[in-house]
Design a protein around this ligand. Sequence first.
Ligand SMILES: C[S@@+](CC[C@H](N)C(=O)[O-])C[C@H]1O[C@@H](n2cnc3c(N)ncnc32)[C@H](O)[C@@H]1O
Length: 234
Amino acid sequence: MNTLDICIFVFFLLPIGYLSYCCYQKFYLPYARVKQFRQIAKEITALYVDINPFKVSLDFRKNYSTLRDEELVYGEIEIITLLPFLEIMHPQNNDVFYDLGSGSGKALIATKLAYPTLTVKGIEVMAELHYLATDRWHALQQKYPARLASANIDFICANFLDQDFYDADIIFINATSFSPETWQKLVSKFNNLKKGCKILIISKQLPEALFKTLYTGSELMSWGFSTTRLYEKK
Ligand SMILES: C[S@@+](CC[C@H](N)C(=O)[O-])C[C@H]1O[C@@H](n2cnc3c(N)ncnc32)[C@H](O)[C@@H]1O
């Protein structure tokens, strides 16, 4: 290499390479990720096209008396709202994600599609919604047998107050309809969560003494905009 070659490399090729890398990181990767999230949202819409989870929940509630009816009122986070939140939480390969009150499983399945290496677990008390979630997951597995054959996904039909979820690295809770009593009981279980566990909550808050607030804002749900908070366990 002569001096001219070195000058061309240092003053021309190196800056261009660095600039291209920065543009790729800053613009292309986020663009590609948002595009992928849109595709996943479309996939979920197609998966549930012939079934209405709101109606499944309503029909079941007519005969369900174990919990107060308002606690079971159904609603969904928009997939295109959820996935960018997960992205800013930087899930690690073997992290464990929970949806507490996972309903029809849309958020759980979308999370699995966006982050295939995560272990994802949904706890849903209403049996009909639980069956719907497992049924839709099996339908998706049949569509993509190679890709989804051995996925770590767990649908648990139970009251989350009776469950341990202390292996969680990320928790999502659409808590809009939970009563203050249920919320208090759930929050008291959070004392045992791992330090650094991230918790995304719709409509409710956590005590500042135990949790650092990372984000507060208003985000789109199936019923309109709702207060959304992201916390980290101290
Ligand atoms: C607002 S929906 C959220 C569905 C889903 N997580 C989403 O955001 O798209 C709340 C769900 O929590 C369930 N649920 C309410 N109380 C519960 C409890 N104690 N244990 C487990 N699930 C519960 C309801 O049946 C309902 O499906």
